[in-house]
Design a protein around this ligand. Structure first.
Ligand SMILES: *Cc1c(COP(=O)(O)O)cnc(C)c1O
Length: 399
């Protein structure tokens, strides 16, 4: 019988896309992937070492270039995102940087969406210009803006959808068509959805970038990043960006991500279920002015959400009628939700983007990105929804 292609949850648990009984990559046949906590690997002979370094023989030489624990994670992520290969990094920012430097050189240009994770915004506005790379940001939810900004110098379009923290969406398939028409690569930050809910490569993107710190780890205990892709650029991501820039993931972090990955599908389902409840609760609350959540029919891009995402994930943003002051009072009054940045954790996190994750944005950039002073972002966890809502309700009495 033809080998059956395994489903998402099965791949995330077994880290392979077809069943193969009793096969193990590990010499001791360990059931759980071992943490290969080693910096270097032994060669059988001088000739063996030379062959590995020359790429004539498969094998490990040094953990910055590759490590068996990393390799299991990379294989699993490539299968889950539908890419040819994946490369893991020490952080999401290292993964984003790797994509940019693999595709763009000094004197060339990146077209980016205007609502991005704060760190990505800083990389684009502070560090890339120092390297002679220009970044033009546009409201990429309107595809005409993206197309207009692309010129002969443009090598990369970089978008984040849903965007952090406003949950604005960008049509990936149509952006990919524009990028292809102009011979430009497209990278999508897929941190909010994870491959469980959205697959940028299947929609035509060249790279899916992840802050694995978030949902893929899922437990708020490590920082890591992953790039998945299909094209020849992936070799440059590994050889130049990983080896030369050196931001490789530690074997222990890779192992934590493998452990997180096994429960990604059930966690994402529960995050989504809870977030739907929280979004509904907030949208009916008299002190709440507006709720941003792609699964609410009131979201201006609800139809696009249903088309390109298979579920909403756990991020809900909202604005209180009392603005920033009311938001601060509410955040100081929560008892169960944790006042902290980051997202995708099993526990509910609440934060204020304008003064925290997006503090690097100028007033003008905040305005253009639609991040108001009163915007509060919740990363809804997988606790009991009733407990989360009870906590938000009691905190809102102080707002
Ligand atoms: C956190 C985050 C990043 C950066 O990832 P790190 O792991 O913190 O370096 C990039 N994009 C998005 C959407 C994020 O939430």
């Amino acid at each position: 019988m033809k080998k059956r292609k395994l489903g998402f949850s099965t791949i995330s648990i077994h880290c392979k896309d077809t069943a193969s009984r009793h096969k193990s990559d590990d010499p001791a046949r360990a059931h759980a992937t071992p943490i290969y906590q080693t910096s270097t690997f032994m060669f059988d002979s001088a000739e063996h070492g030379a062959a590995v370094f020359a790429g004539k023989q498969e094998g490990y030489s040094y953990t910055r270039f590759g490590n068996p624990t990393q390799a299991v994670l990379e294989r699993a992520m490539a299968h889950l995102e539908g890419g040819r290969s994946a490369v893991t990094f020490a952080s999401g920012m290292a993964a984003t940087t790797a994509v940019v430097v693999s595709v763009v050189r000094s004197g060339e240009k990146v077209v980016a969406s205007d609502t991005l994770y704060g760190g990505t915004h800083l990389l684009f506005k502070r560090t890339l210009p120092k390297m002679g790379i220009e970044v033009v940001d546009v409201d990429a939810s309107d595809l005409r803006n993206t197309e207009r900004a692309i010129d002969k110098k443009t090598k990369l379009v970089f978008i984040e959808t849903p965007a952090n923290p406003t949950l604005k969406l960008i049509d990936i398939a149509r952006t990919a068509a524009i990028a292809k028409k102009h011979g430009v690569a497209l990278a999508v930050d897929n941190t909010f959805c994870t491959p469980y809910y959205q697959n940028p490569l299947a929609l035509g993107a060249d790279f899916a970038v992840h802050s694995a710190t978030k949902y893929i780890s899922g437990h708020g205990d490590t920082v890591a990043g992953i790039v998945v892709g299909s094209g020849s650029h992936m070799d440059i991501v590994r050889k130049d960006a990983l080896s030369d820039m050196g931001a490789s993931i530690s074997p222990f972090s890779a192992w934590l991500l493998l452990r997180g990955l096994k429960t990604l599908s059930v966690r994402m389902q529960k995050h989504s279920e809870n977030a739907i409840e929280v979004a509904k609760f907030l949208s009916k609350h008299p002190k709440v002015k507006h709720v941003w959540f792609p699964w609410l029919p009131s979201h201006p891009q609800h139809a696009l959400a249903k088309r390109q995402m298979r579920g909403p994930g756990g991020i809900v943003s909202f604005e209180l009628k009392g603005g920033r002051k009311a938001g601060a009072k509410m955040m100081n009054a929560v008892e169960l939700c944790v006042l902290a940045v980051s997202l995708g954790d099993v526990c509910t996190l609440i934060q204020h983007p304008a003064s925290m994750t997006h503090a690097s944005y100028s007033r003008e950039a905040l305005r253009r990105a639609g991040i108001s002073e009163g915007l509060v972002r919740i990363s809804v966890g997988i606790e009991d929804a009733d407990d989360i809502i009870y906590d938000l309700k009691q905190a809102l009495t102080r707002a």
